[in-house]
Design a protein around this ligand. Structure first.
Ligand code: GYE
Length: 308
């Protein structure tokens, strides 16, 4: 929890912290919850002035936004990066302007470690490994082939890269597991449905769908139903995020397993920004703890408690 009282500090906060936040877009319910968390935490009441920029899933828009933040002379820049690569130039510009950069949710790959001051988010590879482990428990002993179709997120995003890698590595010794189709659904429901429809046209016997986020899982569920299949029964559905609407589908049996990814980064970023501005040392990498949800532990209380 980001419940700070600041009662111990001798002086009151010098002045508000100007923070620029470059957000991926509004591609999913997870993302909308993430934006809400950032906006509701980075407020004047909490000592911030937020400049928010929606990149509409395009990295070039993020580069532009970061340059604008530099021109504005913000104190801190926060970025939820669309993709992992392509950041060197603009991050060097931020460094030259002496503006610390916090990455949030997804990660950035750079040759120079000093370009990023801190990152907070999920261990996407671990999520993929956990999904593989769950599926091995579930279907590892089946005699015939287990045909798996993967709906990938935005290609090149660290969420997609980690989940793809973790899952693949996790199932690599499982000789009967076959990934028979894999394509991006861009983390959106519409694209998830469209790609699932085309999977179903090409492959009659898909046993498992791995959707790398909930909105693509929802799209896949619609496509499966339209093709006369019962999601959760005829086809095992694995998904990531665990938003409220998805947990309801776990309870109703349409989704078999959810690998949680927490979007509520606002308080974490606020705390990091405050510490950085005070010159305090912060952890460079901060992973958030997450759970696995299946029918047995997805109770009404769990669902009701979900704020997003
Ligand atoms: O899973 C998806 C969102 O980067 C972890 O992005 C995030 C992913 C999340 O669009 O729903």
């Amino acid at each position: 929890g980001g419940n700070k009282k600041d009662s111990g500090s001798s002086k009151k906060e010098a002045s508000e912290i100007n923070i620029g936040f470059s957000q991926v877009g509004a591609e999913s319910d997870w993302r909308v919850a993430n934006t809400k968390s950032m906006k509701s935490e980075l407020t004047a009441k909490n000592g911030f002035k937020l400049s928010f920029a929606d990149a509409q899933q395009k990295q070039e828009n993020q580069t532009k936004a970061v340059r604008e933040f530099i021109t504005q002379g913000v104190d801190v820049i926060a970025i939820a990066p669309v993709t992992e690569t392509g950041w060197e130039t603009v991050l060097k510009e931020a460094k030259k302007a002496d503006i610390p950069v916090i990455t949030v949710d997804r990660q950035i790959k750079t040759s120079d470690d000093s370009l990023i001051t801190a990152w907070v988010g999920s261990d996407f590879k671990k999520e993929g490994v956990k999904a593989a482990e769950w599926l091995i428990k579930e279907k590892g002993k089946e005699k015939g082939d287990v045909n798996i179709a993967v709906l990938q997120g935005t290609i090149g995003s660290s969420a997609e890269i980690g989940r793809t890698k973790g899952f693949k590595e996790g199932i690599k010794d499982q000789k009967n597991f076959k990934i028979i189709a894999s394509q991006t659904g861009e983390f959106t429901q519409a694209k998830g449905q469209e790609v699932m429809e085309s999977f179903l046209k090409q492959n009659k016997d898909i046993d498992v769908v791995v959707a790398q986020n909930d909105n693509m899982a929802f799209g896949a569920i619609d496509a499966l139903k339209a093709a006369g299949k019962t999601p959760g029964k005829d086809v095992t559905i694995i998904s990531f995020d665990a938003i409220k609407a998805a947990l309801k589908k776990v309870q109703s049996g349409e989704i078999n397993a959810e690998f949680e990814c927490n979007p509520l980064h606002g308080p974490r970023v606020a705390e990091l920004a405050k510490k950085i501005m005070k010159g305090e040392k912060v952890d460079k990498i901060q992973y958030v703890d997450e759970q696995v949800f299946t029918k047995d532990n997805t109770t009404k209380e769990v669902i009701n408690k979900r704020a997003y």
